[in-house]
Design a protein around this ligand. Sequence first.
Ligand code: GLN
Length: 365
Amino acid sequence: MWKPETDFATMRCLTHPLLKRLLGLSPQCVPGGLSPSKVPVVRPKRSSLRQSCSARPELVTAADVVSYWQKVFETNGIPEARESSEYIVSFVLGAKTFQSLNSKSLRTPLTAAQQEQIQQLSHKRLERMPVQYVLGEWDFQDLTLKMRPPVFIPRPETEDLVSLVVEEESRKCEKNSGLCFPVSVPHPVILEIGCGSGAVALSLLSKLPKSRVIAMDKEEAAVDLTRENAHRLRLQERIHILHRDVSYNSAEQLLLWGPIDFIVSNPPYVFHEDMASLDAEILRYEDLDALDGGDDGMRVIKTILALAPSLLKDSGSVFLEVDPRHPDMVENWLQAHRNLPLVLRAVHKDFCGKPRFLHVQKQSR
Ligand code: GLN
């Protein structure tokens, strides 16, 4: 039987998106399992940081500090100890990854202020706070986004959801430019349901410069963070951010922006019974409503599908991220709702080889 602990998508994955792409790696994920109780801080047995690093106690390098906190994390059972320590130290030194630090910055002794900041951030990690919240920012595709608890942290696999929409849009443009002259300039209207930090909506805006996005979320913290990220990235002109839940009655308000080309969503899709097995990082810090999809994980998926025909243009598409059990369940659901003019066009796998993304299209009748 499928177990959440063995599914990459339900684990904290600290492999930086850029590195992952460069090295062609699957993310290194460590299953959780510790209870969300407070973890007492245990120092590594050998010695303190200063004693172990140098004869002159103040001369501590980045490499020394990374090893030190890695050991503290390991001793305290913190998952992804090395990666956590590297991200914290690199962040304080102004770099994205430890690998990108040059040999000079690796050898230069850290200032007292840098050591102090590393210590403060590491203590948050010792409380099982996800690194993304510890640093307060994280990369998604080519964007650096602010991150703040409890707003859902974008997972690396969701980058592929964005790519699927972009590919479909370029496919449509090629098809149109072959048929019509003069070439029509497409201005796709995209609706994102459950925007969280704004990662998907803002990536789409930056990849599709003519597009406009309506981004909605039922959580005020998410809507605020999406707005903040949109302004920081200067993408606020083409986004409408709505604080409201999706329901069968949402169509009228959403159609104020005209019929929609694409609906995209990474909805809450974890089966309710699997929620308790999620990592302590998730259970303690993230908004669980952004993950809990009800008994069959389909609560929001079904609402989106039922709403889609009244929102979409003819041949418009829905792109959804789902659990690997959902493609069959959605196919059956569509069979049982033949009155809806929707067809499951494609199921795409994530980088771990699991069926993860659905392309559902509206058929004209
Ligand atoms: N893939 C998510 C996870 O890691 C689940 C996301 C969701 O429910 N949208 O936990």
